[in-house]
Write a protein that binds this ligand. Structure first.
Ligand SMILES: [Zn+2]
Length: 352
């Protein structure tokens, strides 16, 4: 009984995290450190293979490497990747890409019980180092538990080549932790929801570091990637610590997920979370002005119109957001926020 309990509580963290300029060549050392074996599968896309996948393969001379070019993180693509990994006899997985390739690797790694290394080519959200995978289906996307990466290689020279909008979105995703953490405390106080002080501290540290760095994160500057990447990775680790997305996902993420469901493809995840967190921070009586200022400095959206949404569409998304996860109590309450209140808050915070 006691052993089962401890096993259920087992948490795995990335053991090797390397971030910096031209650090891709460290891949071989990381493979040796995690005792990966010498047969691996690279999960990547067409563009990301050119950006980094081919170089990773070259650095792994003496290894047997198969490259699996795939697409979105759908159940079908995950199953295909798993079959290919099994057929090749791989003992480890390398995920080279943005969100979806890393998500596929998280699930395949868990199902096949193989270690994986996360090699992000962009940093548009905090999932690059977490154990949470966003799986796409016809009904939007679902966040499920996968494996944590055993290693993370964040090469700033590669991430810098991705559009700046991606990085700004990743920064906004981490800044939205302030809102998620207030919701978590609220749910812990009012609903006795389980709470982890260590996960809370990791997530808060990430958000505060991002707030401190906000003045210096700019387009066309590789140092910006360097400043942003650590909070983005730490934010992801907070989810591995909690074994849930709770430390980084509250009412603002519920609004973003509702936008994805009602008005798909309008803006990026982090962009939506950033704007939504201005509104939820106001409702929570948090410092929404400081948050908005940081988003503006970074160049992330602070207006609903920048998300490609009309005012009415945004109001509808916020009004329906409480329904998306009834098990997760937030400032939106059990019944949601009335539309006239949402409109008033949007006007007061200037997101309209
Ligand atoms: Zn997020």
């Amino acid at each position: 009984m006691h052993k089962d309990f401890l096993k259920a509580k087992m948490v795995e963290f990335p053991r090797n995290i390397i971030a910096g300029h031209d650090v891709l060549e460290e891949v071989k050392n990381i493979c040796i450190n995690i005792h990966s074996g010498s047969t691996g599968t690279i999960i990547t896309g067409e563009t990301t293979d050119k950006a980094a996948g081919k170089a990773v393969q070259e650095y792994l001379d003496g290894y047997d490497i198969d490259t699996c070019i795939t697409g979105n993180a759908t159940v079908e693509n995950i199953e295909k990747a798993e079959e290919r990994i099994k057929e090749f006899g791989s003992t480890f997985i390398l995920a080279v890409g943005g969100g979806s390739k890393i998500d596929i690797a998280k699930i395949a790694s868990m199902h096949l019980n193989l270690p994986f290394i996360s090699i992000p080519t962009s940093a548009a959200h905090d999932g690059i180092a977490s154990n949470r995978a966003s799986i796409k289906s016809d009904n939007g996307s679902k966040s499920i538990e996968g494996a944590s990466p055993m290693g993370v290689i964040a090469d700033t020279s590669i991430i810098f080549k991705a559009p700046y909008r991606f990085l700004a979105s990743g920064c906004a995703d981490v800044l939205s932790n302030f809102s998620a953490l207030r919701d978590w405390k609220l749910a812990s106080n009012l609903r006795d929801e389980s709470f982890s002080r260590s996960a809370y501290s990791f997530s808060l540290f990430a958000a505060e570091s991002m707030m401190d760095a906000a003045d210096f994160i700019r387009p066309n500057l590789e140092e910006s990637v360097w400043l942003a990447i650590k909070p983005i990775i730490v934010s992801g680790i907070s989810m591995s610590v909690a074994r849930s997305s709770r430390p980084t996902s509250g009412s603002e993420h519920m609004i973003s997920h509702t936008i994805d469901l009602m008005y798909p493809g309008r803006a990026m995840h982090g962009e939506q979370c950033g704007v939504a967190s201005i509104v939820t921070s106001y409702l929570q009586k948090g410092d929404w002005e400081e948050l908005k200022h940081a988003l503006l400095n970074i160049g992330a959206p602070t207006q609903v119109s920048e998300l490609g949404l009309t005012e009415d569409e945004f109001i509808e998304a916020v009004a329906n957001a409480h329904k998306i996860r009834s098990d997760r109590y937030t400032i939106l309450g059990d019944n949601g926020v009335p539309r006239d209140v949402i409109e008033d808050v949007c006007i007061r915070t200037g997101v309209f």
